[in-house]
Design a protein around this ligand. Structure first.
Ligand code: BES
Ligand code: MN
Ligand code: ZN
Length: 488
């Protein structure tokens, strides 16, 4: 999809669909008024029939026979200055309504939003349009993607041109990064294997001169002492991989941000086998990895002057004669020993070795992203990712990035009181902490491998995909991470 920002003259601008806000008192903004005049008052005549619901975010599509727009989408914008959350509703509702047309011009930037500039408005509109334009078609025999090819954002005043352009650029990169993450997430486990992700990472390096890719394979993992990582892959016929993609946009000496993604391409639970109900959704257990791929793609698009390393801890968790068993004890790369009491707590086992490996890049900060615990889904549901951090400043920056992008996170505790729940009678620690505070004890486990640097962990088990009728990957937390990286 192509995105652009321009000063449009609504009375003349030809488009398949013009998106026009209408406030609680049926008033237009400047462009709405101009467009209404250009079609002989047809829009206000139709509005008087009261078909446009009064609820904020309600939409009504008007097919036009007069004027430069083939269709007009009316969007109810409520009263006075909008909150950011309300503007996001309008962005989402209008994006959904226009995805079936070949292009659209959004005049919603003529609205006023509290504590938000036109860069933010343009970014939100573009992100919403980009996300609405995605559909998983790869495995359909008769694929019909959405037709929306061009999405234009109105620049309300000429002096705002650069500000709006910047917002469009960021929103477009966030959308394409999220959509890559969604595509990888939605791919089934028989296609998207660890080896497939390796191919994807190599392709990334081939396409972009600022990206290089290297791979730690099983043999190298063994020589590095990654006993925890290898214990997860042992039961599978698919070889594991620890992938490193490096984006070098900054100076050579500049410390990188290291992102680490959980890439379990299918999680059966292993010998601690999961129940059959909804087990298909465990193809999404690589959504953390998918999100770091999305971030890489966005960086390649935006080319910011920073250094970022993305690590992908890829493996498949299967039961077999070669699989790890409850009670097995393994030695991680850090030297710490782990008693595996539940083979379904596998994410932390691949991540702990990836976190130890991350130190090799002399990171400024390390952020891991993982569909780590069902307990996080129970605690926060879909709206928020669970955020843990060993430094308050990093936590605040990530929360702020989530608020600004609309891809929100909520901080959870990493208190010492939780740590003893991981005590083992037979090893340095066990890989589960019991039923209570399951998301917290998983984070506590990871924290033991991130003591040497500033670190945060995003548990995206609830936010990374939708279940039910809308089943599919969301691409989160790509927008949050991009927002964070651009503010560095
Ligand atoms: N990938 C799952 C977490 C998960 C479960 C995410 C359901 C989304 C929905 C993870 O590997 C896992 O199985 N975690 C266990 C940990 C437990 C054994 C301590 C869980 O959450 O049940
Ligand atoms: Mn599991
Ligand atoms: Zn898992």
């Amino acid at each position: 999809m192509q995105f652009s920002a321009k000063v449009f003259e609504a009375s003349k601008q030809r488009t398949a669909c013009a998106i026009i806000p209408v406030d609680a008192k049926n008033r237009f903004t400047a462009s709405g008024t101009a467009l209404d005049e250009a079609c002989g008052g047809a829009i206000s005549t139709l509005l008087k029939r009261k078909d446009l619901d009064s609820k904020l975010g309600a939409t009504q599509l008007l097919p036009m026979t007069e004027g430069p727009a083939e269709r007009v989408l009316l969007v109810r914008s409520g009263e006075g200055v909008l909150s950011q959350a309300d503007f996001r509703k309008l962005a989402g509702a209008s994006a959904k309504a226009v995805k079936g047309y070949k292009d659209a011009v959004s005049y919603l930037t003529e609205l006023e939003v509290s504590d938000a500039d036109s860069t933010w408005q343009a970014q939100q509109l573009t992100l919403a349009a980009g996300l609405a334009g995605y559909k998983f078609t790869r495995c359909l025999s008769d694929a019909k993607p959405y037709p929306l090819a061009k999405f234009h954002v109105q620049v309300p005043e000429r002096k705002l041109l650069n500000a709006v352009k910047k917002g469009v650029e960021i929103g477009a990169a966030q959308a394409s990064g999220s959509n890559l993450a969604r595509e990888l997430g939605n791919l089934p486990g028989n296609i998207c294997t660890p080896t497939y992700l390796v191919g994807q990472a190599k392709e990334m390096a081939k396409q972009h001169p600022k990206i290089t890719t290297s791979v730690v394979d099983a043999k190298k993992m063994a020589s590095l002492g990654m006993g925890a990582f290898l214990s997860v892959a042992k039961g599978s016929d698919e070889p594991p991989a620890l992938i490193a993609m490096q984006y070098k946009g900054g100076k050579a000496g500049q410390k990188p941000v290291v992102l680490v993604g959980k890439g379990i391409t299918f999680d059966t639970g292993g010998i601690s086998l999961k129940p059959g109900q909804a087990m298909d959704e465990m193809k999404f257990d690589m959504c953390g990895a998918a999100s770091v791929f999305g971030v890489m793609a966005a960086l390649a698009e935006l080319q910011p002057a920073i250094n970022v390393v993305c690590l992908v801890a890829a493996a498949e968790n299967m039961p077999s004669g070669g699989a790890s068993k409850p009670g097995d004890i393994v030695t991680s790369m850090s030297g710490k020993t782990i008693e595996i009491l539940n083979t379904d707590a596998e994410g932390r086992l691949v991540l702990c070795d990836a976190l130890t490996y991350a130190a090799k890049f002399k990171p400024e900060v390390v952020i891991d992203v993982a569909t780590l615990t069902g307990a996080c889904v129970i605690a926060l549901g879909n709206p928020a990712s669970g955020l843990y951090a060993n430094q308050d400043e990093l936590a605040s920056q990530l929360i702020a990035a989530g608020e600004r992008s609309g891809d929100r996170a909520w901080r959870m505790p990493l208190w010492d009181e939780y740590q003893p729940m991981l005590d083992s009678n037979f090893a340095d620690m066990q890989n589960i902490g019991g039923r209570e505070a399951g998301s917290v004890t998983a984070a506590c486990f990871l924290s033991r491998f991130a003591e040497d640097y500033t670190w945060a962990h995003l548990d995206i088990a609830g936010s990374a995909w939708y279940s039910g009728g809308n089943k599919g990957a969301t691409g989160r937390p790509v927008p949050l991470l991009i927002e964070y990286l651009l503010n560095k």
